[in-house]
Design a protein around this ligand. Structure first.
Ligand code: AMP
Length: 427
């Protein structure tokens, strides 16, 4: 079996690690990969947006299955292109990827499918958007409709903040063409939960539910980031909530897309807001595995992942996953200056012996000419610990995060605090 993983971050390292653990005989390739995936796979120096070279590499290496990590190549039509050439692919085509690449499309689709989400309006003209903001109750949320690397949503406590956000997007081109269309929506109260589903477009197999920490600093303060840590499973995601999400959100969304002629084979990720009564509503959909959620979810899947990937890629119903009891927590080690101006170049030292159950996934690292591992991005490493209990996983991840050294290392010691509080309260 020859498998090509598209992407080069922590999510893709976790995919390679998980597939290697399950199927040590499979030949893994990563484009472009990173120094972490290099220990498990053959890295191919190809950008995720270079569809021609990816298609050529799939031919040249006789690839049986392609798993696409990031959203950008999906939105560009990579999966369509590879399927036209007869290849098995995990990931939707460009039409399905709009569920993430166009928030305006996703909101309209949800309305047509009767899926619960925040009420919203879509605008392309600044004056109309400003007039709407002026008449809308506070707080409200302003979103660039297109792909903005997770930075396109602005939660606004006041109308004047919302007017400023709208003006930046529609008037000043802050997000380029991603901000040419703006969605303004009502603010939802509650707890956020990420539900990741593997799907053939008709049925879903759920991965363990996860939560992440978007803010840079402890206590969930400071600027927004791509994510400073994540944990799974979540006690809030009871079997009843998962079933409700399947029935009221995931299946109707897939059914609606199918009815509109959009097949969907891959990952459907629902970012949910769960209110006090336990009702889930959609904050956003993604068309791929979450990052860093994947780095805690996959270590909990001890079997069945590859079989399920193959099934959905063929358009067959997803097969069951074997999910381990226990929990996983990942702590992100970032570089000084992240998220605005991360300092690169520091030498990284990862001790040979780390606490049991710890795996270090590479995100932004590189090897210099002499083979020394160095900081090469804002988020550098994901330190994941899997353990029988949540508290052990939390402690393992934190301890390992302390033991790994590089100049300017920034990390949070409180990853998982919400879940620890919930578990403490329910004891
Ligand atoms: P998005 O890019 O749509 O996932 O939004 C990023 C973050 O903004 C989410 O993870 C939420 O924390 C917050 N957010 C987005 N939309 C809403 C909403 N309608 N109500 C409350 N918070 C929201």
């Amino acid at each position: 079996m020859r498998i090509l993983i598209i992407g080069g971050g922590g999510r893709e390292h976790a995919l390679a690690w998980s597939l290697h653990r399950e199927s040590p005989d499979a030949h893994l390739y990563c484009a472009p990969g990173n120094p972490g995936t290099a220990t498990l796979a053959t890295n191919l120096d190809i950008a995720v947006t270079d569809l021609d070279r990816i298609a050529d590499a799939a031919d040249a290496y006789g690839i049986d299955l392609v798993i696409v990590g990031p959203e950008v190549p999906l939105a560009l039509g990579l999966a369509d292109r590879l399927r036209e050439e007869g290849r098995l692919v995990v990931g939707p085509g460009a039409a399905g990827a709009q569920i993430e690449a166009s928030k305006a499309f996703a909101k309209d689709l949800m309305v047509r499918a009767g899926v619960p989400t925040a009420g919203s309006r879509t605008f392309t003209r600044l004056e109309q958007a400003l007039a709407y903001v002026a008449s809308h109750p506070e707080p409200l949320v302003v979103k660039a409709s297109g792909l903005a690397a997770g930075k396109g949503a602005v939660v606004c406590a006041t109308r004047s903040e919302a007017s400023a956000a709208v003006t930046e997007m529609l008037g000043e081109g802050r997000f380029g063409s991603a901000g040419d269309v703006v969605v303004i929506e009502e603010f939802m109260e509650g707890e956020e939960v990420s539900i990741l589903a593997l799907t053939d477009g008709t049925e879903v197999e759920l991965l363990p539910a996860a939560q992440d920490h978007k803010r840079l600093s402890e206590g969930d303060t400071g600027p927004n980031t791509g994510g400073m840590g994540a944990y799974s499973p979540i006690s809030l995601a009871t079997p009843a909530l998962l079933e409700r999400t399947r029935r009221e959100i995931l299946l109707p969304t897939l059914r609606q897309m199918a009815a509109e002629g959009i097949p969907y084979r891959g990952v459907l990720y629902a970012g949910l807001m769960v209110d006090r009564e336990g009702k889930p509503r959609v904050v956003e959909f993604n068309c791929r595995l979450g990052d860093p959620e994947t780095q805690v979810v996959l270590p909990l899947v001890r079997g069945g992942l590859l079989r399920c990937f193959e099934a959905i890629a063929r358009g067959e119903r997803p097969t069951p996953l074997d999910v381990a009891p226990g929990a996983a927590v990942t702590t992100v080690l970032a570089a000084r200056g992240y998220p605005d101006r991360p300092e690169k170049g520091a030498e990284i030292t990862i001790p040979d012996s780390l606490p049991e159950g710890v795996t270090v996934f590479h995100v932004g690292t590189e090897r210099d000419a002499g083979g020394t591992l160095r900081v090469a991005g804002g988020r550098v490493l994901n330190v994941t610990a899997a353990a029988p209990t949540f508290a052990e996983a939390q402690a393992g991840s934190r301890k390992a995060a302390e033991l790994i050294q590089f100049d300017g290392k920034v990390f949070r010691r409180d990853i998982g605090w919400r879940e620890a509080t919930r578990r403490g309260a329910s004891r």
